[in-house]
Design a protein around this ligand. Structure first.
Ligand SMILES: Nc1ncnc2c1ncn2[C@@H]1O[C@H](COP(=O)(O)OP(=O)(O)OP(=O)(O)O)[C@@H](O)[C@H]1O
Length: 334
């Protein structure tokens, strides 16, 4: 069953333009001119109940504008949105009881208050029964391991601690859908992994539908089953992660350091860099078994260090854009 239905959605912003200098400023007062930014340009997609969907694109592609329309913050210019059978723009309050939002860069917790106070305030806003709120807070304290943080003012929490509290706060009222906009931004790898585990647990145990935007390939690979990629406010790809992995997320880079210079031999390897004692090899996992490549490299000499990395998501998205003749951008489409 689809819990989100978006059809031919458009959002156009009208922004005032001004010529440079004092003359331009005066002219813009008496004869203002405008230009249009088509932030979201005729997109359609659906999200199934219990799905974790990645909604990705480079800066300025239209992700936040779409989320804002789906949560009722912005009104569409044209097209339609249905979230849990409701029209977000006209039923924003009713919808807010059923959805949760986390904007990684903005806090919904009161900065100078401890999380417990914010949780109690949010409980009142969502009109939760006192006993139910208490037991929900107890459960979230345990699952999110935030029991020790509940009395510390939010401004004194680390970013990772704050994000754990943010996500807990966003699901206090047991929403059916949560919108996570960059939930792991700025976090170190260990905390990132913890947040990913919590998101998966939430999806599994409460069957919460998750609409996720992220610039982190790891988030997408580990959490999502499907990704929608947008560019210039248009959907350029709507594909399963399995397919995406096969087509685009299949490149891994092995950095290997030996204690002395080695001879790699006649292997069928895509060597990006060879310093003798340090070698960088790219593996296309859809064609080569990474385990086999690793074991052949390990046999070449005494290994001091191995790192396996993947290309940044931006690189992958740019590649997809080029394939779809979209081109890159960091500003609004005209
Ligand atoms: N209130 C606004 N007024 C005018 N233009 C806007 C407004 N909000 C967004 N835009 C423009 O719409 C386009 C899409 O912006 P949006 O914030 O949706 O992108 P995004 O994909 O979320 O980018 P990012 O990853 O940087 O957050 C951009 O060109 C942006 O400048």
């Amino acid at each position: 069953m689809s819990v989100i239905k978006v059809q031919n959605l458009c959002k156009t912003f009208k922004v005032k333009t001004k010529e440079a200098g004092l003359k331009g400023s005066v002219k813009s007062i008496f004869t203002p001119s405008f230009r249009e930014i088509h932030a979201v340009n005729n997109i359609s997609f659906e999200v199934e109940e219990g799905e974790i969907l990645a909604f990705i694109g480079l800066n300025g592609a239209g992700k936040s504008t779409t989320i804002k329309m789906m949560t009722g913050i912005l009104h569409p210019t044209s097209g339609s949105i249905e979230v849990l059978g409701m029209d977000p723009a006209n039923q924003r309050k009713r919808l807010s009881y059923k959805i949760g939002t986390v904007f990684g860069q903005k806090s919904q917790l009161w900065f100078h208050l401890p999380p417990l106070d914010s949780f109690n305030l949010l409980g009142s806003i969502y009109e939760l029964d006192k006993e139910k709120l208490k037991s929900r807070i107890e459960l979230l304290k345990e699952v999110f391991e935030i029991g020790d943080l509940m009395d510390i003012p939010v401004r004194k929490l680390s970013l990772g601690q704050r994000i754990r509290c943010e996500i807990a706060a966003s699901i206090l009222h047991e929403p059916e859908i949560i919108f996570l906009d960059e939930p792991t931004i700025g976090l170190d790898v260990v905390v990132k992994q913890k947040i990913r585990e919590l998101i998966l647990k939430l999806n599994k145990e409460e069957n919460t539908t998750i609409f996720l935007t992220s610039h982190d390939a790891g988030d997408i690979e580990q959490l999502c089953k499907r990704a929608i990629i947008i560019n210039h406010g248009e959907v350029v790809l709507n594909e399963t992660i399995k397919r995406l992995k096969y087509d685009y997320l299949n490149k891994k880079v092995i950095h290997i350091k030996y204690n002395e210079a080695v001879e790699i031999g006649n292997h069928d390897l895509d060597i990006l860099k060879n310093r003798g004692d340090a070698i960088k090899v790219q593996v296309d996992t859809s064609k080569q078994d990474i385990e086999e490549v690793l074991s052949s490299l390990i046999k070449c000499g005494k290994v001091e260090d191995i790192i396996i990395s993947e290309p940044p998501l931006e690189e992958i998205i740019s590649f997809i854009y080029k394939q779809n003749k979209g081109g890159d951008r960091d500003e609004g489409a005209q």
